[in-house]
Design a protein around this ligand. Structure first.
Ligand code: 1CP
Length: 346
């Protein structure tokens, strides 16, 4: 296919594997969030976190906020990975300052009775963002839809909240493989439907967040990271072959290469522990690489930031590359440091 001349920079890289001579396309994971005073203001008006997620007007507003300040090359839908268990009927709450809290998991009780009804406001948010971007002149900005990968979502569903090591989830994956596969299959189906609806509503790129991929051993990684991710992507590609998919299998280490080769991702988002010269040599021949500034470098600012950004650029910009952080923006980050970061990318 002939590359479209006025295609958005991120789509050019992801679809045509074009190298971006000059300006490197960029966006930041968690670019909408508490480091921005305008986000905190809307957040305070919204009530609970899920109230914000399910309010299309406010969720659209907070998605657009970072674009107005920094003009990133992509917007990411404001939502959360835990809306899937919530829509399947598990209790999900967000306690201020403590993070997510989920009710006890009973797989036999999860169901689709209110699934799309619960998620309908999120689909509406996607179409509002699309319209809002057009209205405000962000015609070179791509809209990213997302979900959590089945393994990472299962971690929260089983553990009942955040954890450093998710031992209960790993125990279930290794010890009760059959019921764990059942949960994976359910989450593959639910995530696929969720993503298809986001694409219908206007999402132009999909990112799958597997933030806890690095906790599994090799056998677990193949079964519960690679397999379900491949299944989701296969269905998406059957229906929408031109929608690129980026996978973020945080902490995958030596499993990044099989992840890239076997899941069908168009791009891989690498965490800060990955050597950028290794990624250029080993991963870039297979797919677009996205990453991988340590968010703490952005918090620190100064020379520590400049040197790391320069190293990332010099190692990766000769191949197909999207600049991003290796994980989400930290809430104490100074918004002005991001303006400075942007100046380093041109
Ligand atoms: O009160 C608040 O403002 C809550 C903070 C917050 C925000 C801003 C949460 C709760 N979720 C979000 C939004 C969010 N979450 C986005 C929005 C788009 C953007 O990036 O700008 C995205 C993509 C996510 C994805 C997400 N949620 C992930 C995967 C990415 C990652 O950071 O590893 C995970 C693991 C979650 C779970 C979650 N939701 C919220 C928190 C604090 C957490 C992490 C809990 C933990 O394990 O400690």
């Amino acid at each position: 296919m002939e590359p479209m001349t006025n295609e958005k920079p991120i789509l050019k890289v992801l679809r045509d594997k074009q190298i971006s001579h000059g300006k490197v396309p960029w966006w930041m994971m968690r670019q909408a969030g508490r480091y921005l005073p305008e986000y905190r203001e809307i957040r305070a008006q919204a009530g609970g976190f899920l109230d914000l997620v399910y309010n299309p007007e406010q969720a659209c507003e907070v998605t657009l906020q970072p674009l107005r300040r920094y003009g990133m090359d992509a917007a990411i839908l404001f939502s959360d990975i835990l809306v899937i268990p919530h829509a399947l009927g598990q209790e999900v709450g967000f306690v201020q300052g403590e993070g997510p809290k989920l009710g006890v998991l009973d797989i036999s009780k999860l169901n689709y009775a209110r699934y799309h009804q619960t998620l309908a406001p999120v689909y509406e948010t996607v179409s509002r963002i699309k319209a809002g971007m057009a209205e405000e002149g962000f015609d070179q900005t791509a809209l990213i839809g997302f979900c959590g990968a089945p393994w990472t979502v299962a971690c929260y569903m089983i553990e009942g909240g955040g954890s450093k090591s998710f031992e209960k989830a790993r125990y279930m994956a290794y010890q009760e493989e059959e019921s764990f596969y059942e949960l994976m299959d359910l989450l593959v189906e639910a995530s696929t439907q969720y993503l298809l609806e986001q694409i219908k509503a206007g999402a132009e790129v999909i990112q799958i967040f597997d933030s806890w991929a690095g906790l599994l051993d090799e056998d677990g990684f193949r079964k519960f990271v690679i397999r379900p991710t491949r299944q989701i992507i296969q269905t998406l590609k059957t229906e929408y072959p031109d929608i690129p998919v980026i996978g973020f299998s945080r902490g995958a280490g030596s499993m990044y290469l099989p992840y890239v080769q076997e899941t069908g991702v168009d791009g891989v988002s690498i965490d800060p522990s990955v050597s950028t010269s290794w990624a250029a040599r080993v991963l870039q021949p297979y797919c677009v690489v996205q990453g991988n500034l340590d968010p703490v470098r952005l918090l620190a600012g100064g020379d520590s930031l400049v040197l790391c950004v320069e190293k990332i650029l010099s190692d990766l910009r000769e191949g197909s590359f999207i600049f991003n952080l290796g994980h989400g923006v930290i809430k104490e980050t100074n918004p002005e440091t991001i303006t400075f970061l942007k100046s380093l990318l041109s």
